[in-house]
Every structure is written in C-alpha cells, then in structure tokens.
Design a binder for this molecule. Structure first.
Ligand code: PLP
Length: 401
C-alpha cells in the first residue's frame, strides 16, 4: 500500500506572516535557498547579497566548511547539556578567542544585545568591588546602537526605538562623541564603563578616529572605568583585522561579539580582562543555552576561518578597492552625498529615502540595507570577490540614477 503524503505547496511571494508579531518591516520577498553570495527567492529569481543577513553570513551561504562542522558537531549527539556540566568545545572556543584577542576569559550567550547586557553587569560588578556602589554608570556614545533589550535600549541612541518604552533602565546615558564631554562625565568618578562601537554600524557607518579611540582608552584607564568595545557588527574580520580595535592599537577591558560568530546560528560572547573576570563570582550571571557543545563546535570552525590571515588580507585589500569604487560612483552619479567605511562595511549618504533605494535595489536583484533614513549600508559576505562587488556597484548605480 502506498501512502501519499500531503505535498507542501511552494511558498508564494511574499509569505503570509499573519501569526508573527509584526515588529519587522519585511521586504516583499521569500527566500528559499542560497549559495555563496547569492540568494534565491520562491519564484526562482536570484539576488546578489551585499547585506549578509546584517553582517552575519560572513562566509556566505551553503558554505561546505560550516556544513561539515555542523555534521561533525552532531556526531557526539550532544546539542545541549546545560551549564551545570563541562563540555570540551566551549572551553576550546574560549581559549581560541582569548589567544586572538589578548583578553583572559569569555562568557557565552545567545545574541549581541545579550552580550552587551552581560558586559554592563560585569563592569558594574568589577567597579563595585573596586570602588563601591557609587561607581555604577554606563556611558554610550551619540549615534550608538547596542541592542534592544531593556538595558541596552538605554545605551542605544535611536529616539524612535527608545520613546515608546520610557522610562528606560537607569544608570545608562548617552554622551557626545567628544573627548571633552567624555572627560567631564568620567571626572565624576561614578562611571563603571564606557561602551563604544569602533565603527558605528546602525548609526550610519561611522569609523571612529583611531586617535579618539586611543585617547578614550587612556581616559577610561585614568578614571578607573572599563572600556567595552562593541564589535558585534564590526568585529570578526569585517574591517580587515580580527578585531577592529587592533587597527587603533588598543586592547579594551571587554569586547562583545555576536553576528557571524557561529556562522548564522545565534550566539554572542563577552571577552574580558583578568581584572574584570576576577570580580565575577559563580551565580552572578548565566543563561541556559549559552556556549552549548553544538554551537561552540561550529563557532570554533567559523572563528578559525575568520581569523585566517589570507581572508583578512582579502578584506583589507578588496575593502580599500571597494571604497575607491564607491567614491567613484558617488562622483559619477551625483546622488551620493558621502561615502564612509572600512573593509567590508560601507555607508553611502543619499538624497533619496534610503529605504526606497533599498527596495528598488531588491527589485533589481541586489540586497543592501540601510542605516538611518538617508544612509545605505553595504555589508557584503567577506568571501565576496571584486567581480561580485563590481556587479553590485553597477546595479546600485542603475538604481540610484
Ligand atoms: N551591537 C551592535 C553594534 C549591533 O550592530 C547589534 C545588532 O545589529 C547589536 C549590538 C545587537 O545585536 P542582536 O541583534 O544580536 O541583539
């Protein structure tokens, strides 16, 4: 006897999302597969992806190394055992991240915002131990984006995201991107930590000046505050070095990572100095899924690939070329006011509404995202070649004109 199973209809474009909470404005397209730098929609149409799932898919789609790492990780049969017990892959990944960053200890969690929330708690724990409860404030910079959870929202300088949820978590404030303003805020001796994105992503792709970052490192040290580098978007190879901070020659007290860390699986991490780690005790923080054996096995593979000097050199060289090509595009088409970026992270200020340009780019087979109302953001997979990027620029030029 043959049993015929009901056949799932091919999903029409776009999916019917009636049961999902409508917190996202989604483009009207449903993706069904991907390979390298291309995604395929439910009508079989292909798109060049210069967004990488918002800086997550650094190795592109259907990467054979990630598939093999997942198969190998499955072989143990352990997806999860909880943090009540030891497993080997998490310990190995933590060791690798400390070697690569020069920091001493690692806490694993499940997202970027969660990594920053953890870093805020660790900073307060350390500052309280060193100087008492008065030293508790967290400062974030104008233009920053550190997440949308309850604490991180207060450190995220996006009025539209903040307003509906006031009052925001206390003890967290936004300070101008200015050394004078930071120095006077730090002088009060109430600051536990300053959090900074070396390249502000959502805030318009702003590469912070290296001299500014070095001076901030010095200021925080002088005033006994921790410096947290949020490298959730700009870290893990995106700027052409494993961490963006390396280019400024600074080692922060904590670095937060997420996005590409586990190749598309949800993972975050807080890397911290010995001094911070030694102030944190058992029971001070935790999360059920953080650092499980499956995800850390996959992340170990991804981190090795993203730390590969050949990949980093490709990002530096191709990124420099990309910047020149984007500046040439701006000069040619007259519709781009400014081009900013580094490595594989670029922003273009446009006269038109950025969301409209991104929609027209999608119609033309190109995925780009936005960073504010008038900034287009390009976050290509780090494996993209000059040919891929040149194709993207040519589509974008047609769309802009
Ligand atoms: N920090 C930065 C710099 C980010 O770009 C993001 C996300 O875009 C976050 C934090 C929050 O990460 P997640 O969305 O994984 O919570």
């Amino acid at each position: 006897m043959t049993i015929s199973l009901p056949v799932q209809p091919v999903v029409a474009t776009p999916s019917s999302d009636d049961s999902l909470l409508p917190v996202y404005k989604r483009f009207p397209v449903t993706f069904v597969s991907g390979s390298g730098v291309e995604l395929i929609d439910s009508d079989g149409r292909s798109y060049l992806d210069l967004t990488s799932g918002i800086a997550v898919n650094a190795l592109g789609y259907d990467d054979p190394g990630i598939s093999m790492a997942m198969r190998d990780a499955m072989a143990s049969g352990l997806l999860h055992v909880s943090n009540l017990y030891h497993t080997e892959p998490g310990a190995q990944l933590a060791r690798r991240l400390t070697e690569l960053s020069g920091l001493a200890r690692v806490f694993f969690c499940n997202s970027g915002a969660e990594a920053n929330e953890g870093a805020f708690k660790f900073a307060r724990r350390w500052a309280r131990a060193a100087s008492g409860p008065a030293r508790h404030e967290i400062l974030a910079l104008r233009g920053s984006f550190h997440g949308r959870l309850f604490g991180t929202l207060a450190a995220t300088d996006r009025p539209g995201y903040r307003a509906p949820f006031r009052p925001l978590a206390g003890g967290i404030s936004i300070v101008e991107r200015d050394l004078g303003a930071l120095a006077s805020a730090l002088a009060a001796d109430t600051v536990a930590a300053v959090i900074v994105e070396p390249v502000q992503g959502e805030g318009g792709v702003r590469v912070l000046d290296f001299a500014f970052l070095r001076a901030l490192r010095e200021l925080t040290r002088q005033h006994g505050a921790a410096l947290i580098a949020d490298e959730i978007q700009c870290g893990l190879g995106r700027t052409g070095t494993f961490l963006a901070c390396e280019q400024a020659g600074i080692v922060p007290d904590m670095v937060t990572l997420a996005k590409p860390l586990a190749g598309g699986l949800p993972m975050g991490a807080v890397l911290m100095s010995k001094a911070i780690a030694s102030a944190v005790n058992a029971g001070d923080h935790g999360t059920t899924f953080g650092g499980g054996p499956f995800i850390t096995s996959v992340a170990l593979h991804v981190v090795d690939r993203l730390a590969d000097p050949a990949l980093l050199e490709h990002v530096r060289e191709t990124g420099e070329w990309l910047g020149t090509e984007l500046a040439a595009l701006a000069a040619r088409c007259g519709r781009v006011r400014a081009v900013r970026g580094v490595g594989f992270m670029w922003g273009l200020d446009v006269h038109q509404r950025a969301a409209d340009v991104a929609q027209r780019a999608l119609d033309a087979g190109l995925l780009i995202c936005t960073a504010g109302d008038h900034t287009l953001r390009l976050l290509p997979p780090l494996i993209a070649t000059r040919e891929d990027l040149a194709r993207g620029i040519s589509i974008l030029e047609g769309v802009l004109s």
